[in-house]
Design a binder for this molecule. Structure first.
Ligand SMILES: [Fe+2]
Ligand SMILES: [Fe+2]
Ligand SMILES: [Fe+2]
Ligand SMILES: [Fe+2]
Length: 403
C-alpha cells in the first residue's frame, strides 16, 4: 500500500492534539503549527530531506505521552499549580512519549528527540542536558512548542506577535540557543510567516515543507504502526488501558473463526487499533466519571467516533478501515451514534466490530462497575441481538468463540 507517514500523522494529529487541549489549554491544530514552525526553523540548518521529514513526525508526536490522567494527578499535587507551563516540565510525558514511539518507522537515525523536548539551553531542564548536548531537533521543537502553548497563534494581532518575539528573545541563553533565537527572529520579521500559521491550509503547508517520502508499506507494518496509536489511546485512561489491545485480540480471533484472508484480518486489526482514536478528544473527567453521565456529557462522548471517522477518512487506502473503525456505536435500528446509520448501511464487519466493542467494554472494569463475566456479558449481547439493535447471528458466533 502506498503510504506517506506524515500524511497519516497529520490526519490523526487533530485527535492527538485534544489531550493537550484538555490538559494545557492549547488550541486546536497545535501539533500542525509546531510542525510548521519547526520545519521553517530547520531551513537554517543543514539537515537532509529525511531528517526534515522526521522532524515533522517528531513535531506531531512530541506530546503523545501526555496522558491527561497522569499529568493532571501530578499537577494537582504540585504547589506551584497556578503556573500552567510547569505541567510540561514533568519528565514523565517525555519518557512515556519516547517509549510509545519506539517502533515508529522513522527515516533517519535520531534518538530521544521526544525525550528531550523540554530541555533548557542553560541545563536547567529535567535531564540537565546543556547547550549542544540537547539534540538540535529537540531544541527546535522546544521553541516551537512553548511558543504555541503560551501564545495562542490564532490571535493574529500585532501585539500578540510582538509579545511572542519578546518572550523568545528574553529567553536567549536560558531556554534557547542564541542561534535559534536569531533564526526565529528572521522568520518572525516576515508577515507571511504569521499568515501561514493562521492559514486554513496549514496541513498542506506542512506537507509542502517536506519531501514526499511516500513509500510502499506492507500491511504488517501498518498493523505495527496502528498498534503504536492503540497504545497512545489506551494509555490515556487507566480504565481503558487495555481496551484497544483487547479488542484487537478478539477481532483477530473472530476473523480466524470466519476464515478471513490474512489481508482482510490485518485491515480489521488496524481498524480495531484505531477505532477509539477520537476518545482522545473526550476529557478524562467524563471518561472516568464514577456516576451516571449527564445528557451533555453523553453528547461529548458521542463525538469520539465522529473524530475517528474524520481522521481516518483523510488516509487514502483506508476506505474499508474507516467503516469498520468508525461505525462501532451505530445500531441496526438506526438508534446508534453519531450518524444513526441503520441495517441497510452497516456492513457485516462494522456490525462485528460493534458487537466486539460492547463485549470488550463490558468485560473491562469501569469507574462505576466491576468487570463482567462472559456469561453476564453474553446475556446483554443476546438481549440486544433479540431486540434488533445488533446482529444476532454475530452475537451467537461470539458466544461460540469466547465461551
Ligand atoms: Fe511536552
Ligand atoms: Fe506541545
Ligand atoms: Fe467507542
Ligand atoms: Fe471502543
Amino acid at each position: 500500500m502506498k503510504f506517506n507517514l506524515n500524511q497519516f500523522l497529520l490526519a490523526v494529529s487533530d485527535a492527538l492534539d485534544f489531550v493537550e487541549i484538555n490538559t494545557l489549554g492549547s488550541t486546536s491544530y497545535h501539533s500542525k503549527r509546531v510542525a510548521y514552525i519547526a520545519l521553517r526553523l530547520a531551513d537554517f540548518y543543514i539537515l537532509s530531506d529525511k531528517e526534515k521529514f522526521d522532524l515533522c513526525s517528531f513535531s506531531i508526536l512530541h506530546d503523545n505521552g501526555l496522558s491527561e490522567e497522569d499529568t493532571v494527578n501530578e499537577f494537582e499535587n504540585d504547589p506551584k499549580k497556578e503556573n500552567l507551563s510547569i505541567f510540561e516540565q514533568y519528565t514523565q510525558h517525555c519518557e512515556i512519549g519516547e517509549r510509545n514511539i519506539i517502533d515508529f518507522p522513522f527515516l533517519s537515525n535520531h534518538n530521544n528527540i521526544v525525550k528531550y523536548h523540554h530541555e533548557n539551553f542553560d541545563g536547567t531542564g529535567s535531564y540537565k542536558l546543556k547547550g549542544e548536548q540537547i539534540p538540535l531537533l529537540s531544541q527546535i521543537i522546544a521553541l516551537a512548542d512553548t511558543v504555541d502553548n503560551i501564545f495562542h497563534f490564532e490571535n493574529p494581532s500585532i501585539e500578540n506577535r510582538e509579545k511572542i518575539v519578546k518572550f523568545i528573545n528574553d529567553k536567549t541563553n536560558t531556554l534557547y540557543s542564541p542561534q535559534l533565537v536569531k533564526n526565529f527572529n528572521s522568520l518572525a520579521s516576515k508577515p507571511a510567516f504569521w499568515f501561514d500559521l493562521q492559514s486554513n491550509n496549514l496541513e498542506k503547508l506542512v506537507l509542502n515543507k517536506t519531501t514526499d517520502f511516500t513509500m510502499n508499506i506492507e500491511l504488517e507494518d501498518l498493523v505495527k504502526l496502528s498498534s503504536i496509536f492503540s497504545r497512545i489511546i489506551d494509555s490515556n485512561s487507566s480504565f481503558t488501558s487495555r481496551h484497544s489491545s483487547g479488542l484487537t485480540q478478539k477481532v483477530e480471533e473472530m476473523c480466524n473463526f470466519y476464515e478471513y484472508e490474512k489481508e482482510k484480518t490485518m485491515k480489521m486489526i488496524i481498524a480495531a487499533n484505531l477505532h477509539d482514536l477520537g476518545k482522545l478528544a473526550v476529557p478524562n473527567k467524563i471518561l472516568d466519571k464514577q456516576s451516571a453521565l449527564t445528557k451533555k456529557e453523553f453528547e461529548i462522548i458521542k463525538c469520539h467516533t465522529y473524530y475517528t471517522r474524520q481522521a481516518l477518512e483523510k488516509i487514502s487506502g483506508f476506505e474499508d478501515i474507516v467503516e469498520w473503525a468508525a461505525n462501532h456505536h451505530e445500531k441496526l435500528d438506526g438508534n446508534g451514534y453519531p450518524y444513526g446509520f441503520d441495517a441497510n448501511r452497516l456492513c457485516f464487519d462494522s456490525r462485528l466490530m460493534g458487537c466486539l466493542d460492547i463485549y470488550q467494554a463490558l468485560t473491562e472494569e469501569r469507574p462505576y462497575r466491576k468487570s463482567m463475566s462472559h456469561k453476564d456479558t453474553m446475556n446483554i449481547l443476546l438481549d440486544h441481538g433479540s431486540k434488533g439493535y445488533i446482529d444476532e447471528r454475530i452475537v451467537n458466533d461470539i458466544n461460540k468463540v469466547f465461551s
